[in-house]
Design a protein around this ligand. Structure first.
Ligand SMILES: Cc1ncc(COP(=O)(O)OP(=O)(O)O)c(N)n1
Ligand SMILES: Cc1ncsc1CCOP(=O)(O)O
Ligand SMILES: [Mg+2]
Length: 546
């Protein structure tokens, strides 16, 4: 093993210590140890790069991230307006605070604005051991502003790189570290990777796992070719001292690339903290950045030439999600239209037309119940119907398929007793989406509440041909379920214009409406049938529904 590493390689290795310590802590606190990256970097007020990018990248990759701030920049999508370096002794204090208390797996460095800060960091790493050091040798911001001057280059070369398990320069940084050599082709990048490897890093990365999996690896270099001229692909060169890997991906056309370098390095650190081998960590990180860029390619933040991207894949420019209705409103259950593609096909209309007609007729919520659709078709239908529903402020739920609900960004799901449990669906969908659960018994109603459901669908109240082998619970069964729960309830099964009034007139306080399939969609005129049922429900409920 090469010397000078940040991993303590004495007989009682750091990782063994860590296991003993963390199991002790677990005994004490009853907790599990969490993969942990410490980011030592500058703050970007625009939050596209630097510490802010590192925090978001680690959060997105499921890793805890602590921070040591080396510098505070006044920065936006136009450029860097001002830089305020944090005093070196205060950087040292932050390092001590984190490293003396928390079990850091991997340190990732970004902007290190002075020789003194590098030395402070290296000193801390001799006092507190970690499993790996990822060095992103930040020198120039993406807007072209200098973040670490030439005076620091020799310290990077002679002191920092030899301590790193991986160094991740872009073309400009690789060139600067190598005395200004020209880097214009992939062959130049390979050459640079080899030269940088010769400078260091030589440290072996220890995955920290048991002997069989403990693939000791040489120090590593990743030269990022994103700025390579005339290249259709984004090509990065990874060199581990023995083999070169050309990691290619198609170039994503977007202005939103600010912070890609910080993010890539943080993601590598996060994957290493989870125990991935180095090449796997690099591949995962590259794929993650590509995914985030692709997702964010059209978002618009700031007026400058280079915008940030969305690490958590949540922001959508001009998205329908901005226009989503507020939290679930139980009165939306009033007239619940549940689709059936067989019925709509039989009457020669598309699902979107059927949904639009139902909404026009007064449907207050829609569920896509497509039992035989191909997943791809179901997703497309969901997206089209969602556009119609959103434009009318009507929630759209997906029957059974949490994946389709997630992918289409529908308002929620309806699940039954043999579908995904509500609690799991809630974890996947988050707190804002609507979850309905089918219940026929008191126990099921109680469980729906515990599982985080927003409403209960209860039936079949009457016999139905739409759902095979579905036991009829009758009005008594509906009453039992209603009285067993605080949740709002919608009645379903064989409900039509001739019996809906009877259901509503029971006056059950939490019964908020009726859900209907065939009485709306197994009819020639969806609009007319929905209007008729809506009028009838209005009439019946004028004194009953609260
Ligand atoms: C509003 C509403 N209530 C009940 C159901 C039935 O759901 P489930 O029991 O999962 O049966 P399928 O609809 O999946 O056959 C529902 N879909 N909607
Ligand atoms: C999905 C479902 N769950 C209980 S009954 C039923 C079918 C309702 O269809 P219809 O309104 O045509 O009776
Ligand atoms: Mg179901």
């Amino acid at each position: 093993m090469a010397s000078g590493g940040v991993i303590l390689s004495n007989s009682f290795s750091f990782y063994q210590k860590r296991i003993v310590m963390s199991s002790r802590m677990q005994e004490k606190n009853g907790g599990a140890s969490i993969p942990h990256v410490l980011s030592v970097a500058g703050s970007d007020s625009g939050a596209g790069a630097g510490i802010q990018a590192d925090l978001k990248a680690c959060a997105a990759r499921g890793v805890y991230c602590s921070t040591v701030i080396t510098s505070v920049t006044a920065q936006n999508t136009v450029g860097v307006q001002a830089v305020h370096a944090v005093p070196e002794d205060f950087v040292a204090q932050q390092l001590k605070s984190v490293l003396s208390d928390m079990q850091v797996d991997v340190v990732k460095t970004g902007m290190l604005p002075s020789v003194g800060v590098v030395k402070v960091l290296l000193q801390s790493l001799t006092e507190f051991s970690v499993r790996a050091l990822v060095v992103d040798p930040v020198m120039v911001s993406t807007s072209g502003d200098v973040l670490a001057g030439p005076s620091i280059l020799s310290t990077f070369r002679e002191e920092l790189l030899p301590m790193a398990n991986i160094v991740t320069p872009n073309i400009k940084e690789a060139s600067a570290l190598l005395g200004g050599i020209r880097l214009e082709t992939v062959a130049d990048m390979r050459n640079a990777a080899e030269l940088l490897h010769a400078l260091g890093p030589r440290v072996v990365y220890d995955t920290g796992f048991s002997l069989g999996e403990n693939l000791l690896q040489n120090g590593n270099v990743l030269v990022k070719g994103g700025d390579l001229p005339d290249s259709l692909d984004a090509v990065d060169i990874f060199f581990n001292g023995e083999h070169f890997y050309e990691l290619r991906s198609s170039r994503i056309k977007t202005r939103n690339t600010h912070g890609t370098g910080c993010t890539l390095a943080s993601c590598i650190a996060a994957e290493l903290a989870k125990g991935s081998p180095m090449l796997t960590a690099v591949r995962v990180a590259k794929r993650y950045v590509e995914t985030a860029l692709e997702y964010s390619k059209d978002i618009l933040i700031g007026n400058g030439i280079q915008g940030p991207f969305d690490h958590l894949l949540r922001l959508k420019s001009g998205s329908q999600s901005f226009h989503r209705k507020d939290a679930f409103n139980p009165s939306d259950l009033f007239l619940y239209a549940v689709t059936d593609s067989g019925m709509n096909k039989k009457w020669g209309r598309s699902m979107v037309d059927a949904v639009a007609a139902a909404i026009q007729g007064g449907a207050t919520i829609v569920q896509l119940r497509e039992k035989d659709a191909e997943t791809r078709d179901f997703l497309e239908t969901a997206k089209s119907c969602l556009a119609v529903c959103r434009s009318h402020g009507v929630p759209l739920l997906i029957n059974d398929r949490v994946d389709v609900a997630l992918a289409s960004d529908a308002d929620g799901v309806h699940v039954g007793q043999s579908d995904m449990p509500a609690s799991v669906a809630r974890t996947l969908l988050g707190p804002e989406k609507i979850i309905g659960v089918s219940c026929k018994t008191i126990e099921q109603a109680q469980q729906a509440w515990i599982g985080g459901a927003d409403y209960i669908g209860s039936g079949g109240v009457y016999s139905t041909n739409t759902k095979a082998n579905n036991p009829t619970i009758g009005l008594d069964g509906l009453k039992t379920v209603c009285s067993a729960s605080k949740l709002p309830v919608v009645a379903i099964g064989g409900i039509n214009a001739s019996n809906a009034g009877t259901v509503i007139e029971m006056g059950l306080p939490n019964l908020k409406g009726v859900a209907v399939v065939s009485a709306l969609f197994d009819r020639e005129n969806v609009l007319a049938e929905t209007k008729k049922l809506h009028a009838l429900l209005m009439e019946a409920s004028s004194s009953k529904i609260q």
